[in-house]
Design a protein around this ligand. Structure first.
Ligand code: GLA
Length: 393
């Protein structure tokens, strides 16, 4: 036990039956299996991933179920670095874009696998007003603010509140965003809990409280390539989005304020639509987005957690379904991927080799009086859930 005491730190281990510990020096944990009992079906294990330039330690958690699904999440940015699920032949393969090492994640990259906050998507000119006071955010996307700013939540080391195995495995991460960090008012305490279930679904639960009125819109920025082959684009994927309306944007991808009907447009995904079918069409919105990079107004907003969207890769047979209680979902088809960022085992991520399904409130809501509010006040609890469910057909 002496060894355990010296080796384990910074984590509340809820249940512990088998451990495999190698100490480097006298305090490092190489790998800690946080497995509870023989009846547990979904396990979680911890290992070191590296150190940031500032010397902060970053850990990697591996959640693994008995149906061939394995998810790696690191404490830096709460980033999903790897997600493996079976294809129709039962072969588990990687389906998210990622890098092989921490250093690459700390360099400029388009939010691969990251938790996004305090405000996912764009805020026009990086400005908004709350109770008559104007706040200014960094303009990190032309004139606009994108995804919480240059550091956002995606470049922060989150602490681990809980890591436990059982009928499912959970990893609860915490980050406290200080008053006026990235320009946003209020100390915001955020918890994101990832839960891997034994039915090949991954839940992402977002919770937050504030001590001053602020705005919050959290999301997850994984890029999926369900084929398991990152040299292939996602253009053959069949996508469904349960939305009658779109949030159209201007040339800077800022909402015009109107919501438009998707009927008879390339944005009608109510029946399965192959992404590549119209992506190059001379459509004003597709031209502005350089492909799909839009937020849809999800149907059944009064129903709480419900089906929102799916993507299906016919070759591998992998189906990803997304469920959420959020009003919107951004489909981004990797239009800015340009073959400059390295794949894990050589080669680079080319144009449109991943797609994102980012559940969220509509972009620029703080400046759009007719959009659902993203304001969080002291005493209120921000709580929202999204599920990524994998299967084959
Ligand atoms: C979001 C945006 C895109 C792009 C990517 C990252 O999904 O909507 O326009 O900025 O993030 O490259």
């Amino acid at each position: 036990m002496n060894v355990l005491k010296r080796c384990i730190y910074g984590i509340s281990i809820v249940s512990l039956a088998s451990m495999n510990i190698q100490c480097k020096g006298d305090k490092k944990v190489e790998e800690t299996k946080l497995e509870a009992t023989a009846t547990d079906s979904v396990s979680i294990a911890k290992s070191e991933f590296g150190k940031t330039a500032k010397g902060e330690q970053v850990d990697l958690y591996t959640l693994k179920n008995q149906k061939g699904m394995e998810v790696n999440i690191m404490t830096y940015g709460g980033i999903i670095t790897s997600l493996k699920v079976p294809n129709k032949a039962g072969v588990s393969e990687e389906v998210v874009i990622g890098f092989s090492n921490l250093e690459q994640y700390t360099k400029d990259n388009p939010y691969f696998g990251a938790l996004i906050g305090r405000y996912g998507n764009r805020i026009a000119k990086g400005k908004f007003t709350l109770d008559g006071k104007e706040y200014t955010l960094a303009a990190n996307n032309g004139k606009n603010a994108l995804h919480g700013g240059p550091e956002g939540f995606h470049r922060k080391v989150w602490t681990v509140e809980e890591a436990k195995s059982g009928a499912n495995a959970t990893l609860k991460l915490k980050y406290v965003s200080k008053d006026l960090e990235e320009g946003y008012p209020g100390n915001l305490t955020v918890f994101v809990t990832y839960t891997l279930n034994n039915d090949n679904s991954l839940d992402v639960l977002y919770e937050a409280t504030t001590d001053k009125k602020t705005i919050v819109n959290l999301t997850q920025h994984s890029y999926f390539n369900l084929s398991g082959d990152f040299t292939k684009t996602i253009l053959d994927d069949e996508v469904v989005i349960d939305a009658d309306k779109l949030v159209p944007v201007d040339a800077d991808l800022i909402p015009t304020g109107k919501l438009t009907d998707v009927t008879n447009t390339p944005f009608d995904f109510r029946k399965p639509r192959v992404i590549g079918k119209d992506i190059e069409a001379k459509d004003d919105q597709l031209i502005k987005g350089k492909g799909y990079d839009h937020c849809w107004v999800l149907n059944n907003q009064d129903k709480g957690d419900r089906f929102a969207a799916s993507a299906y890769d016919p070759t591998s047979g992998r189906l990803l379904e997304v469920y959420t209680d959020q009003p919107g979902i951004q489909l981004y088809t990797g239009n800015f991927l340009d073959g400059t960022l390295p794949m894990r085992n050589g080669g680079t991520y080319a144009h449109r080799t991943g797609l994102c399904l980012e559940t969220q409130h509509y972009p620029d809501s703080p400046n759009q009086k007719d959009f659902p509010s993203t304001v969080l006040s002291p005493g209120e609890n921000y709580k929202t859930k999204t599920t990524f469910k994998f299967s084959v057909k």
